[in-house]
Design a protein around this ligand. Structure first.
Ligand SMILES: O=C(O)[C@@H](COP(=O)(O)O)OP(=O)(O)O
Length: 255
């Protein structure tokens, strides 16, 4: 029987999603379409009568603005919002700022697919020569990230390693207190949580592409095992098309 419920959402489309650039820890803003997606996510949650006691988001504005937009739609801007680097997007290393299709031309589709969706292989570490090195690696907002944990690139496996402590130490205790929670985060930080909750194999998680701006619900039993998994607040066709759009960003591959 379901005892706990939590809603998660990948931010609305960012300007870098729109331009098809690997984004990772770069702090891209929402695109115009992304602003609309975030508002629609709020409306969908409002229509389904959701109310939250707290929200959790990353240190990146695309997720923060999505979170705010949802809370605004619900008339709940006053609830506590927790900001944490542990929910940040997977660090895309030296791919940060590269066009996804151009990366395929340069490195080949198989290699890019491994970097994007494999479990254990990280992209190359960000180099000082990368145009976004300073703004990411030297950003004062990350001053509290322990030096030994500050990534220069991350596989999904490494992303899960820094996201799970937040799930276990912050999210789970709040759920146990009976709080209704919203997590507004990113494609890969959420794929990590989903893999963990649904105990997916590495092959299964490779095939999962989370759409932007469509909230999804987990209902969990007393042992935090899913009774209902990844139930999207959107019609099946729309969700499927949005997932395929993400998969196709490197040039038509379905995975
Ligand atoms: O970093 C990025 O480019 C995207 C995910 O890209 P893919 O792994 O889907 O290529 O992250 P998000 O838009 O969720 O913050």
């Amino acid at each position: 029987m379901a005892k706990y419920e939590i809603v998660m959402v990948r931010h609305g489309e960012s300007q870098w999603n729109q331009q098809n650039l690997f984004c990772g820890w770069f702090d891209a803003d929402l695109s115009e379409a992304g602003v609309a997606e975030a508002a629609a996510a709020g409306q969908a949650l409002k229509n389904a009568n959701y109310k939250f006691d707290a929200a959790h988001t990353s240190l990146l504005q695309r997720a923060n603005k999505t979170c705010n937009s949802i809370l605004e739609a619900l008339g709940q801007q006053d609830i506590p919002i927790n900001y944490t680097w542990r929910l940040n997007e997977r660090h895309y290393g030296d791919l940060t700022g590269q066009n996804k299709k151009e990366a395929v031309e340069k490195f080949g589709a198989d290699q890019v697919q491994i970097w994007r969706r494999s479990f254990a292989t990280p992209p190359p570490a960000i180099l000082e020569a990368n145009a976004y090195f300073e703004t990411i690696q030297k950003n004062p907002k990350y001053k509290d990230v322990p030096a030994e944990e500050f990534p220069a690139c991350e596989s999904l496996e490494l992303t899960i390693k820094r996201t799970l402590p937040y799930w276990n130490d912050v999210i789970v205790p709040q759920l146990k207190e009976g709080k209704k929670l919203l997590i507004a985060a990113h494609g890969n930080s959420l794929r990590g949580i989903v893999k963990y909750l649904d105990d997916m194999t590495e092959d299964q998680i490779m095939g999962l592409n989370l759409p932007t701006g469509i909230p999804f619900v987990y209902e969990l039993d007393e042992n935090f095992k899913p009774v209902v998994s990844m139930k999207f607040l959107g019609d099946e066709e729309t969700v499927k098309a949005a997932m395929e759009k993400v998969a196709a960003q490197t040039g038509g591959a379905k995975k």
